[in-house]
Ligand binder design. Structure first.
Ligand code: ADP
Ligand code: MG
Length: 713
């Protein structure tokens, strides 16, 4: 790099946190408008990236004009004349303008007032068709061109270059922001001293921070517009790298703390309990399950706490892998906790695991916040005295008052519904258990690296054998009869059916009403000879359990359900799922729902009932469902449609917000930043080396309020 890299502690600290109202040209009133755009500080302003760029470089020099074409010039007014032609009774304004290369006349007819508008010495922009004219000597001419008088600032900031276009708010236009930005950049950009270690700047051929900040707003003239608009300019690259490097440094630090500072439990993984479970199963584990299990066992055997994320598409058999890990912990004399995001999922796990555990002579219990006080107290007490080996529940497990006797393993199912920070809470209760996180929301690798950068990742990449992909069809209202007769054919074959009620936003009450109406209609008018059950969130636990059991045992043919069945329900004989008003559901949710069928060896179907006409976005979602069964592909499309912020609720997950970097776009940059950050933290885990000081400084700024999470277990 030819540019001198100035270092952060060389000079007085840069006033990143300075409130913008004290910047020249802003003041308290405008500061309020800026805050509507999320801009409070100088830093916010400098990193307020244009959402697109516009090419205004197309100004021609007079000498380069092509007669016959529409062109635009910027020139100085040299003379203004009003010519009257009495014979044709015409008044013509003729101005002569010049730039460094030549002279041109512009004429307007019968607009005499223009005489007073144009003044000698002023600059004017003219666009129009160019002619060459020969009377009174050869010269170039524009007839009635578009005109715009421009001042020095226009020339400096708004024209003749690629200009930034910003999001606006009422009272604050993109043009105003552009002018202010120009002034702020002149004052501050060059002073923004670099923070990234010089070695990295060189290795990745990054431009300096001050140049990047400046060119983010006012790109160099040679920057290709398409690259700029795709967020792929040198400036974007530099600033994205900074963000990603810091993000990954934080995660690396966190991971280091978790894995080195704390001694965990070294489990003996060669006990016989897992094998006794295997003997009870009617099938063998898949290769994919075995591979992941081996990785888990290695972690569990180590004396460092395990922090592992297991990703596996819906139905890939994560629960079983978790169960075997649980048995290892129990056989070592520890308690295990299995935490699920919803009551119904926790219950499902409880129901499917309880029999196995009891057969193996182990004690399992269930805890949610919904339980009656007395019952809850009894369970909590039993957990404290070590009466239970496995505790299955909701987030009630991490609430105050629950003390384990000897917690050794925590399994968190469907991680995406818990924030990353919530996970720390359980391990922060004074235990150093191994932690296993299961997610069925398949996360594209780039995102996983970021959100779970402090975890190790295992992927169950195949489904149990004998499952054919679910066939998915989209249909509209009028074709409903055909859908029903299709369902009837499956009934005749002895199969069972789910019907998922439409999502209703307003309230749980109307949700319930819709579910009741739907099941009544189906029972009375469509399938009077079939047994129809209804499952919804308002039922008591025992009622839900009873209905689930009836469905599982085949005493209910058709189960009408709200999205309570989204996760965890497992009835292999159910082969059709009909989703009402499918356009109202998110893509991830549709995929989760669909995962309730296709669990046995029979061909399964998913019928998406939609209401016409569909929005463009809904159409993309439903098309993705019809075309793909692959959860990873679906997650990627979902991410594309919704963007990473929405997709994952980054704010809630506790990681710093990315202003310039884009996780979908900057994949390779993310991986590079991750590699470098982890290597850096590995070399200097406490960031005490002099050249780590800027990184430490920045980490403290960027992870404000979260730094504690980074450095305590
Ligand atoms: P996930 O939680 O990953 O969605 P589950 O653990 O609920 O999947 O498993 C889905 C179904 O597959 C369950 O009925 C389970 O008993 C069954 N299953 C799990 N592993 C296997 C296997 N190796 N072979 C056949 N069936 C399996
Ligand atoms: Mg599961």
């Amino acid at each position: 790099m030819s540019e001198k890299v100035q270092h952060i502690f060389d000079a007085t600290p840069f006033p990143w946190d300075q409130p913008i109202q004290y910047l020249k040209g802003i003041g308290p009133k405008r500061a309020v408008l800026f805050s509507k755009l999320g801009i409070e500080t100088l830093e916010d302003l400098l990193f307020f990236a244009p959402f697109r760029y516009e090419d205004r470089t197309a100004l021609k020099k007079i000498a380069h004009l092509q007669p016959g074409e529409e062109q635009t010039i910027l020139a100085e007014i040299k003379a203004v004349a009003l010519i009257e032609t009495p014979r044709r009774r015409m008044k013509i304004i003729d101005i002569a303008v010049m730039d460094e290369t030549g002279l041109l006349h512009a004429k307007w007819f019968n607009q005499p007032y223009l005489k007073d508008l144009f003044k000698r010495g002023e600059k004017v922009m003219l666009s129009g068709k160019v002619k060459s004219n020969h009377y009174g000597g050869y010269h170039l001419e524009m007839e009635s061109p578009q005109y715009e008088k421009v001042d020095e600032e226009d020339i400096q900031v708004h024209m003749g270059r690629i200009v930034p276009v910003y999001h606006e708010t009422k009272g604050l236009t993109s043009r105003q922001i552009r002018s202010l930005m120009k002034h702020v950049l002149i004052q501050y950009a060059s002073k923004a001293s670099d923070v990234l270690p010089p070695a990295l700047i060189q290795r990745y051929s990054l431009i300096s921070l001050s140049r990047a900040i400046s060119e983010l707003h006012f790109p160099a003239p040679e920057s290709p517009l398409t690259q700029l608009n795709a967020g792929l300019s040198l400036a974007h690259r530099r600033l994205s790298f900074d963000e990603l490097f810091l993000l990954q440094s934080g995660l690396a630090l966190r991971k280091k703390k978790v894995s080195t500072k704390q001694m965990g439990i070294a489990f003996n993984t060669s006990g016989s309990l897992p094998d006794r479970l295997r003997d009870l199963l009617p099938f063998q584990l898949t290769q994919a399950q075995e591979k992941v299990l081996a990785e888990i066992k290695q972690d569990m055997a180590s004396d460092r706490p395990m922090n592992r994320l297991v990703q596996g598409d819906v139905g890939s058999g994560k629960t079983l892998v978790a169960l075997i890990s649980i048995l290892i912990a129990i056989e070592n004399g520890y308690q295990a906790a299995l935490m699920a995001p919803t009551e119904i999922l926790a219950e499902q796990h409880f129901l499917s695991i309880r029999d196995y555990l009891e057969t193996l002579g182990k004690k399992v219990t269930f805890l949610t916040s919904e339980m009656r006080k007395k019952a809850k107290e009894e369970v909590v007490q039993g957990i404290g005295t070590g009466q239970y080996d496995l505790i299955i529940g909701t987030h009630a497990l991490i609430q105050e008052g629950v003390q384990f006797k000897r917690l050794g393993l925590v399994v968190v199912d469907e991680q995406h519904k818990f924030g990353v920070l919530q996970r720390a809470k359980l391990t922060g209760k004074g235990y150093r258990p191994d932690v296993l996180i299961m997610t069925a929301t398949p996360i594209p690798r780039t995102l996983a690296l970021t959100l779970y950068g402090d975890l190790n990742i295992s992927i169950i990449d195949a489904l149990p054998p004998g499952r054919s992909p679910i066939k998915t069809f989209l249909f509209y209202g009028k074709q409903r009869e055909r859908a029903y007769s299709f369902i009837e054919k499956e009934f005749v074959k002895g199969r069972q059916v789910y019907v998922v009620c439409p999502l209703i936003e307003e309230s749980e009450k109307s949700d319930l009403k819709a579910a009741l109406e739907l099941s009544a209609t189906l029972q009375k008018e469509v399938f009077p000879h079939r047994r129809i059950g209804l499952l919804h969130g308002r039922l008591k636990r025992e009622e839900k359990e009873a209905i689930m059991r009836e469905f599982k045992e085949g005493r209910i043919d058709l189960l009408v359900a709200t999205t309570v069945i989204e996760v965890g329900i497992d009835v292999p004989n159910a082969t059709i799922m009909l989703i009402e008003q499918a356009e109202r559901f998110g893509l991830a949710q549709l995929h989760q729902l669909r995962g309730r069928v296709g669990r046995g060896s029979e061909q399964s179907f998913c019928l998406l009932a939609a209401e016409y006409p569909l929005s463009e976005e809904a159409k993309r979602r439903l098309d993705a469902m019809v075309k793909s069964n692959d959860g990873f592909k679906i997650a990627e499309i979902d991410l594309e449609i919704r963007g990473p912020g929405e997709f994952f609720g980054t704010r809630q997950s506790g990681i710093p917000e990315l202003k310039i970097a884009n996780l979908m776009r900057d994949t390779s940059l993310l991986e590079a930043a991750r590699k470098e950050a982890f290597a850096w933290i590995d070399r200097d885990p406490n960031l005490t080396e002099p050249e780590s000081r800027p990184i430490r400084f920045l980490l403290e700024r960027k992870w404000k309020g979260k730094i504690e999470w980074l450095t305590t277990g």
